[in-house]
Design a protein around this ligand. Structure first.
Ligand code: V55
Ligand code: FE
Length: 521
């Protein structure tokens, strides 16, 4: 960072916090670049858009706020015929519009309305910054503390809040919904679903038409964050982190969450179809069960499936401590700087009663691993390929806090792993997988991931062929630095629906060609 320049003593409205400096420096760019520089060759079979979203505060944030709460800024990379156009635009949430108008932060701490300006306490405080998912002709910008925002997938213009409106009386919607490719459903849930600090969880699915099915309400064992889940043919498993919400603490102006060293990593196992009898002896319709392990943070999920003998398998990343030190426990204890992290497979025996503990998991990758992604054409069924970010250690540093600088492609059956190392001074973000063709075998295709070149303060997208994982076939160069994404997804041009292709044809045949409105897909 600008080591040669002396900025000392100069005040700024932008706090010089660690989460706003260096690779976290605010980006705040909106606009487009046509035909990015591509080194190498992108196969013409790659035809679609890589969408990602980053947390990028549009105004100087509350000085004590956490890095999870920057405004959602979406990037879209349209890849067609070996060429790439990019577009970036903020999600214009209620919060974004109010704060842009005021020219300053009106919202205080993450999901703590008691710290918001009194005039905006009733406003939606979602920053729509966590994931971007295309479903039922809606392109959704998601944040787990609120409902989806619908965004135009071509112009990135914000269209509406709660596009599935009226169907479910819940205040929240996960940022990690799951598509069941066999039933063509989007399986979703929300926690703190009846409001701040509540233990109410809602679960349901949305079909291709955006219609709700299988709505059910259950109680969480405590008010825990439920960031990710897995689905199998018959089950959804919610993964609870050992933080606790406390409304009295929020009223005292402190954080929504505090880590608890006394809470275990917990799985809430819920049948997807509450009216049916689950296929395991002893379960009755509408029943759900809780299983737990030790204190740990199972951040994200990969593969999951069920077996006929009543076992559930699910794969997660695991940090053996609090990976969000900005939400410390009440006593202020900080996590171990070298906290261990790995990628593991859990076995849940569904014949065990609720409250049982699960055995230690099988360790598949004994290195810091995060952002696992599978070939999602096989979601819910047994699968064996996972792509993830890893910390390939160069000089003894082993902790997840030292940065994810590589990609791994791991076969969970054979145990074989292929690596891509991004290079010195580089960090890699969540990979997405593109099948080589709709009927390609599992894991056969390409992986795309954003790379940050820290010293150059610039980014590249890397394109890797899974047939030769270590040696990329192309780099797509960005002329500037963009902040780390939270999550991203690939939307293949084949998966775009009628309305969108109609819009595309209309735009392509238009003579005036309004640049800003030109569709990406
Ligand atoms: C996460 C991220 C969030 C959030 C809750 O990575 C959990 C996990 C970017 O916002 O609100
Ligand atoms: Fe996530």
């Amino acid at each position: 960072m600008d080591a040669a320049i002396d900025y000392r003593g100069l005040q700024s409205r932008w706090p010089a916090a660690a989460d706003l400096a260096g690779s976290q420096a605010p980006c705040r760019i909106e606009g487009e670049i046509k035909d990015l520089v591509v080194l190498g060759t992108i196969p013409s079979a790659i035809d679609g858009t890589f969408y990602r979203v980053m947390t990028d505060p549009a105004v100087p944030p509350h000085p004590n706020n956490v890095p999870l709460d920057g405004d959602g800024n979406i990037s879209a990379f349209r890849i067609r015929n070996g060429r790439v156009d990019m577009k970036m635009r903020y999600v214009e949430t209620e919060r974004y519009k109010l704060e842009r108008k005021a020219g300053k932060a009106l919202f205080g701490l993450y999901r703590n309305p008691y710290t918001h300006h009194p005039c905006v306490r009733a406003a939606v405080d979602s920053t729509a910054n966590t994931n971007v998912v295309y479903w039922a002709d809606h392109f959704l910008a998601l944040k787990e503390g609120g409902l989806p925002y619908a965004v135009d997938p071509d112009t990135l213009e914000t269209l509406s809040y709660d596009p599935f409106r009226g169907q479910v009386k819940a205040k929240t919607f996960t940022a990690h919904p799951k598509v069941d490719p066999y039933t063509d459903e989007l399986v979703v849930y929300g926690y703190e679903a009846k409001g701040l600090g509540t233990t109410d969880i809602v679960l349901y699915s949305l079909d291709r038409g955006g219609n709700k099915h299988n709505e059910q309400w259950i109680q969480s064992p405590w008010t825990a964050p439920i960031h990710d889940c897995v689905i199998t043919t018959n089950w959804i498993v919610l993964v609870l982190w050992p933080f606790e919400a406390d409304v009295d603490r929020m009223k005292a102006g402190k954080h929504h969450w505090a880590w608890s060293y006394d809470r275990p990593a917990t799985f809430v196992v819920v049948p997807r179809r509450p009216a049916s009898t689950p296929p395991v002896p002893g379960w009755s319709p509408g029943e759900y069960r809780t299983y737990s392990w030790n204190n740990a943070m199972l951040i994200h999920t990969g593969g999951a499936w069920e077996t006929e003998d009543g076992k559930l398998y699910l794969e997660t990343s695991r940090v053996h401590d609090n990976a969000f030190p900005f939400f410390p426990p009440v006593d202020g204890r900080m996590p171990e700087p070298d906290a261990k992290a790995d990628y593991v497979r859990w076995e849940i025996d569904l014949s065990k009663p609720t409250g049982s503990s699960v055995p230690d998991p099988f360790v598949m990758l004994d290195i810091p691993s995060e952002f696992p992604r599978t070939d999602e054409r096989f979601l819910t069924r047994k699968n064996e390929t996972v792509f993830l970010n890893v910390h390939i250690h160069q000089n003894g540093a082993q902790s997840i806090f030292h940065g994810l600088n590589g990609l791994a492609m791991h076969n969970t059956t054979s145990g074989e792993t292929s690596w891509f190392y991004a290079g010195e001074d580089s960090l890699v973000q969540e990979p997405i997988f593109i099948p080589r063709s709709p009927d390609a075998s599992e894991g056969d295709g390409w992986v795309i991931a954003m790379i940050e070149r820290q010293r150059a303060h610039r980014n590249d997208l890397v394109v890797v062929d899974t047939k030769e994982f270590a040696k990329p076939i192309a780099f797509i160069q960005l002329p500037m630095h963009v902040k780390a994404q939270v999550h991203g997804n690939w939307v293949d041009s084949r998966s775009r629906t009628q309305t969108c292709s109609l819009v595309r044809e209309m735009a392509e045949s238009s003579i005036s060609g309004h640049g800003a409105l030109e569709p990406l897909v």
